[in-house]
Design a binder for this molecule. Structure first.
Ligand code: DAH
Length: 605
């Protein structure tokens, strides 16, 4: 009975199949041969009702297979091919089902049919694999085509793209610097919780009970600090992370932990109740990490933050958790600024955290991200960081940018170059020393030209600088940056007649190359700065000279290498009659006469 059903299913499937092509299977020499011999293989047990014959089964296999081969041909994707495979060769696939019919055949017939079906199956596998290779290749090609990038297309730069927050940039840069030195970053909430117990924040860090930070006025307590239970608070410093890490890790280890801290301060330009600190801790076998290692590490770190020429100074200080302790200053814009606290970890702290101070030792440091960002970017109000004004955020170059390096170099260089000129002048005079050795380096080494400011605008990145285009009789006007923002409006500058020091090496001023210097008279405390005035009749490009000094101007390199400005500028002054003089003799042009300024008695530079 089952056979009958199967047979009718088979016939039905033959019937429902669209016209099929027998070629693939008939081409199989083996199956063809067997098909011809099929008559004598007919089973003797066949009855009228039970008419499964080898011929009929082979016919079905032929038709099923040819349909399968057609489907393989038609499949265009790997998933379609997989479906064909399952439909024909899978456990419930059509060919597999035909195998089931073999039960009704005689032993010899089974053998022949089994072999034939196996051959068909193998052939189908081969065809499927071949097709799969082709399709996969096509799919890969199509994918590569769709992902093709035209590297010759022009780039898009700074067109409304977002900017990093200056604090994020500082935290990222600082953390990266330590990661490169082998420190692990600790930021997981469980390792660096903002809600801390008094124990982690103070006690384990060796802070005595009367330490000012423990005062109700200074910390945000979440539970009563005088109550019977464990006291909780918002952490006042990231040093608390040190204790968690000492408890958790086995030395040696080094960690860097950036995080938010809270202090109960009145908010003003330099204080915020929430700010960011970065903590480092390095623990090794006792004696391996010295104070020298700490100083070297801190110095390297500060160079990474402020640029390689930063000057660093260590001062002895006190922190309860380090002994000895130091505070560290950097010289920025001519001033020493405190930026960091550090020291060798106090053995009592190690002991409390379960590290044997006889066996291990190390150093720690901590600093505020806001302070770094304020110093580096010249930000004067800490509140600017948090008010989310996009115009504020757009101003800051990223550490990775070329602009940042130029920016830092410019900010470090600005005062470095100016200071010696102004400071050394009175010193030399007091000592009675001759500033110009042997009279060789005199005012004639400077190429001072009359010019007119044809364009002036505010420097985009430096608060104190104007950029000017000045016509000094050359083919193109010169681009010069001057720190005049605090001393005159841009309108006053536009169209002004000025004197330009024209043989100075171009210098990048916060990213803008400046090709010279505009001469000004200035009070020694910089409270007043004014442009000096060439005589009216002098055309653009006219050279300014001093009688008795008629040498040729020096080259840009000579000026730089021989530090000529240091030697020449101290003698450049406005005399009591409002005339600009060098060593007492007036600066003048042929057509315009003497150079003037109403800043009598002031220096010029
Ligand atoms: N935690 C200190 C503070 O908030 C900063 C500090 C100083 C951290 C010295 C240290 C250190 O790790 O060694 O002022």
């Amino acid at each position: 009975m089952t056979t009958l059903i199967l047979l009718s299913l088979l016939l039905l499937s033959l019937h429902t199949c669209r016209p099929f092509n027998l070629t693939p299977i008939c081409r199989s020499p083996l199956l063809h041969q067997q098909y011809e011999r099929s008559t004598f293989l007919r089973s003797s047990s066949d009855t009228q009702n039970d008419i499964i014959t080898l011929d009929s089964v082979i016919l079905s296999v032929n038709s099923i297979a040819s349909m399968g081969f057609k489907k393989v041909e038609e499949a265009n994707t790997t998933s379609e091919l997989e479906k064909v495979r399952l439909d024909y060769l899978g456990k419930k696939g059509e060919i597999t089902q035909v195998m089931n019919m073999m039960r009704k055949l005689g032993k010899e017939e089974k053998k022949v049919l089994g072999a034939s079906i196996n051959e068909v199956k193998q052939k189908m596998e081969v065809v499927l694999t071949e097709k799969k290779d082709t399709v996969q290749e096509q799919e890969l090609q199509a994918q590569m085509e769709s992902e093709r990038i035209d590297v010759t297309m022009p780039g898009i730069q700074n067109q409304g793209i977002g900017r990093r927050h200056p604090l994020s940039m500082i935290i990222e840069r600082a953390t990266d610097t330590f990661v490169k030195l082998g420190y692990d970053t600790v930021t997981e909430l469980s390792d660096s919780p903002e809600i801390e117990s008094d124990y982690y924040c103070f006690e384990a860090l060796n802070c005595p009970p009367d330490h000012p930070a423990r005062d109700m006025q200074d910390s945000f307590y979440l539970t009563d600090p005088d109550g019977p239970e464990e006291t909780y608070m918002l952490r006042t410093h990231t040093s608390a992370v040190q204790i968690h890490q000492m408890e958790k890790r086995k030395p040696p280890f080094r960690i860097v932990a950036p995080g938010r801290v809270y202090r109960r301060d009145d908010i003003d330009a330099t204080h915020s109740m929430i700010f960011h600190q970065i903590e480092i801790l390095a623990i090794e076998e006792k004696g391996k990490l010295t104070l020298g290692d700490l100083k070297g590490t801190v110095e390297y770190f500060l160079q990474q933050m402020f640029g390689p020429t930063i000057e660093v100074q260590f001062r002895g200080s006190f922190f309860p958790f380090t002994e000895p302790s130091m505070e560290v200053d950097v010289k920025f814009n001519g001033k020493w600024l405190e930026v960091l606290g550090c020291g060798m970890v106090d053995p009592r702290v190690l002991e409390k955290a379960g590290i044997d101070p006889e066996k291990y030792g190390g150093f720690a440091a901590g600093f505020g991200a806001e302070r770094f960002a304020m110093v580096i970017h010249g930000i004067t109000d800490i509140r600017e960081f948090y008010n989310g004004d996009a115009r504020f955020l757009e101003q800051f170059p990223h550490f990775g940018d070329q602009g940042m390096t130029a920016f830092l170099e410019g900010r470090l260089a600005e005062k470095k170059e100016e200071k010696p000129i102004k400071e050394e002048a009175p010193k030399k005079q007091k000592n009675g020393a001759e500033p110009v050795a042997g009279g060789e380096i005199d005012i004639s080494k400077l190429d001072i030209r009359v010019g007119t400011v044809v364009k002036a605008w505010k420097h985009e990145e430096a608060e104190k600088l104007y950029c000017e285009e000045i016509d000094i009789g050359e083919d193109e006007p010169r681009l010069i940056c001057s720190g005049l923002v605090e001393h005159m409006s841009v309108e006053e500058l536009r169209g002004r007649r000025v004197l330009v020091l024209a043989n100075l090496k171009a210098r990048k001023m916060v990213g803008v190359p400046s090709h010279g210097m505009v001469l000004c008279a200035f009070k020694d405390d910089d409270s007043q700065v004014k442009l000096v005035e060439p005589g009216e009749g002098a055309p653009n490009g006219a050279r300014v000279t001093v009688e008795g000094y008629d040498g040729e101007p020096a080259t840009e390199n000579q000026i730089l290498k021989k530090k000529m400005l240091d030697k020449i500028m101290p003698k450049l002054k406005v005399n009591g009659e409002g005339i600009v003089v060098w060593d007492g003799k007036p600066l003048a042009t042929e057509e315009g006469g003497v150079v003037k300024s109403d800043m009598n008695g002031c220096s010029v530079g």
